[in-house]
Every structure is written in structure tokens, then in C-alpha cells.
Design a protein around this ligand. Structure first.
Ligand code: SAM
Length: 328
């Protein structure tokens, strides 16, 4: 097999890069109530360092990159980084996961820099709830305007990520699904994962099976064939709908056997699995002047250590970092 593959013969071609641990929201499912300790600026990888790692990873077989955070758009000069990454010949897809609050003002610049598409987190359609879920004075209309701006400049398809929480926003499942009928909305319902250090199952957990049962009130969910995307979501369509409904099921039906990804944290640790604490430090060797061959060896080491699967359904929750510091 050419390219990068792990010890279970899974091809690894996707790198998610967290460009910052800072976020302008404090979502209840992502950040602990007491907040998190922020990384020092000195600890955060510089764009040149991210580029060097991405270049080495691309030479090994990575061809897709997603930028995430924290909130990636709070980091100054993100289009510059995108331009640098877009110059790497082997990279054929650069995408971004964002909360959308800052998207309107920079969508065109991001597109011009070489960004292909965006996923936007949107957990409610109600403005008072938005404030509750994001624990901020954030404004949902900024997010909706950001989504429109992304569509207008062609950062498409815009996928909307909703973390479904019992008693918080699960009563909006049908509203989100109904939006996919008349408009080209691509909504992904995500099962709530327990936060770092929290007992599982999370009390607000709703399984995708339960979500599907409720959605059937709107009609039969027809599987999208051939299957869409190369990520973990399984996609369906309501009868005659313009848009799609995806389910991401990390808890009730893990998709580790198809996992093709690595994650780079903002402070330069390469994580083979979102839900395991194992990391390989790239920053220190990089700052000590490691060669490209040495860097590639470290990346291969992380890939070789990729676990077969995570164990959150059995109660194992990584403890070291909250999602906001891994890049969700
Ligand atoms: N700030 C950006 C955003 O809001 O999309 C990017 C970072 S955020 C950590 C990335 C994704 O992680 C979000 O789409 C969110 O759905 C997901 N996420 C965070 N915490 C989660 C949890 N406890 N369970 C499920 N998904 C979670």
C-alpha cells in the first residue's frame, strides 16, 4: 500500500490542525464551567511551523487538511496560513470548522486564499438559547449571516453541526430537519461526547437511534447513495428534500474502523486519536531544528501508535485536554 497507514491497515490521509486554543464562545458541551488554562503564546505553533509539519505529513500521504480550534477565526492572519498550505502540492482539500461568528467579514478572503468549504457549529435556531449554550453574549444572527456569506462566496457545501442535548436543544431536531426540505441545508446531528474527566454516559446524551425515531415524523429518511463525504457522518434525505441530514455517532456506534485522521494540537502535539490522551510532541524537536526526515519519523511513530478504537461508550474518557484544546 502506498501512502500512510496504521498498524491496522487503515489509510491515514487526513490531518486536523488546531490553530489556537482560544475561543470567543464557551459552549457548555465543549468547555468545563470553570474555563480552561490557556496556552502561552510562546507555546502555540507559528504558521511556519504548522506549514513545516503539514509539508512533512503531505510527503507521507496526507492530502486533506481541516483547520479548527478553539475558534480558528480568532487567530490573526488565518488566510495567510491557508495560502501557505494551499501551496503544498499534495494537499487537495483544505476546510475549516468554525462557530461562524466571525465568518461574514472574512469569507471572501478565506475562499481566495484557497479554502474549499466550511463546517459551522449551530446548536439552536433560537437567540436566547444560543446565549445559554454558548455561555456568552454571542449573537446568533452573526452566525446565520456568516453561513450566508460562506454560501455566497462558494465555500460549499456548508455543513451545519448540531450537538444534540436532551432538555437543551433536542426539541429543535425537527426544526433543523425541516430546514433541509425547502433549502439546501446540510445538517449533521452529533451525539454528545462526555467532556474530559466527566463520567459517561453524559446525562444529556441522546442517541442517533432516538433522533432518527423522532425525525421519522417528517417522513422516511432515505440513505444518500452513493455515500457522501469521507468523514464519519452517515447521510440521509427526507423525501424530496433539497438538503441532507447526517448522523455522527461517536458513542452509540463508533466509526473508528474507518478512521483516517490525525490531529495536531495548537501547541504542537500530534494525536493519533481524539479520544485518547496519547500524543507525540513535534514542537520541541522542530524548535531544536529536527530534519524533515526526523519529523516524518515522528509522524510515522504517531500513526503506528494509533489505537484500534476509542472506549468512551465503556466509560473511558481522556482526561488531559478538553475538546477546545484538541480541536474537536
Ligand atoms: N470553534 C469551532 C466550532 O465551534 O466549530 C471549532 C472547534 S469545536 C471544538 C469543533 C467541533 O467539536 C464542534 O463542531 C462541536 O460540534 C464538536 N464538539 C465539541 N465538544 C463536543 C462534545 N462534547 N460532543 C460532541 N461534539 C463536540
Amino acid at each position: 500500500m502506498t501512502g500512510l497507514s496504521d498498524s491496522f491497515q487503515r489509510p491515514i490521509n487526513y490531518l486536523r490542525i488546531s490553530v489556537t486554543d482560544r475561543c470567543n464562545l464557551r459552549c457548555i458541551y465543549c468547555m468545563p464551567p470553570g474555563g480552561v488554562c490557556l496556552m502561552s503564546h510562546e507555546d502555540i505553533l507559528r504558521y511556519e511551523e504548522i506549514y513545516t509539519i503539514a509539508q512533512a505529513a503531505a510527503e507521507l500521504g496526507i492530502d486533506k487538511i481541516r483547520l479548527t480550534g478553539g475558534e480558528p477565526l480568532v487567530r490573526a492572519g488565518l488566510p495567510e496560513l491557508i495560502q501557505m498550505l494551499a501551496r503544498i502540492e499534495a494537499i487537495d482539500d483544505i476546510s475549516l470548522t468554525t462557530n461562524g461568528t466571525l465568518l461574514k467579514r472574512c469569507a471572501a478572503e478565506l475562499k481566495q486564499a484557497g479554502l474549499r468549504r466550511v463546517n459551522v457549529s449551530l446548536d439552536t435556531l433560537k437567540s436566547d438559547r444560543f446565549e445559554l449554550i454558548t455561555r456568552s453574549g454571542g449573537n446568533i444572527s452573526q452566525v446565520l449571516e456568516g453561513i450566508d456569506a460562506a454560501r455566497a462566496v462558494g465555500l460549499t457545501p456548508v455543513k451545519l453541526n448540531m450537538v444534540v442535548m436532551s432538555g437543551i436543544n433536542d426539541d429543535e431536531l425537527l426544526d433543523f430537519a425541516a430546514k433541509t426540505i425547502a433549502e439546501e441545508w446540510h445538517v449533521r446531528f452529533i451525539e454528545l461526547m462526555p467532556l474530559a474527566g466527566e463520567a459517561t454516559p453524559a446525562p444529556r446524551f441522546v442517541s442517533a437511534g432516538e433522533m432518527r425515531k423522532r425525525l421519522e415524523q417528517l417522513g422516511e429518511l432515505e440513505p444518500c447513495l452513493p455515500s457522501i463525504g469521507n468523514g464519519p457522518a452517515k447521510y440521509f434525505r427526507l423525501p424530496h428534500a433539497k438538503g441532507t441530514i447526517g448522523f455522527i455517532t461517536p458513542v452509540s456506534e463508533h466509526f473508528c474502523f474507518r478512521c483516517n485522521r490525525l490531529r495536531l494540537t495548537a501547541d504542537g502535539k500530534l494525536r493519533p486519536c481524539l479520544l485518547s490522551d496519547d500524543e507525540v510532541d513535534l514542537k520541541k524537536p522542530l524548535r531544536r531544528g529536527i530534519s524533515s526526515a526526523g519529523l516524518k519519523q515522528l509522524i510515522e511513530e504517531a500513526v503506528a501508535n494509533k489505537p484500534l478504537r476509542h472506549h468512551i461508550a465503556e466509560g473511558y474518557v481522556p482526561t488531559r485536554r478538553p475538546f477546545s484544546q484538541v480541536g474537536g
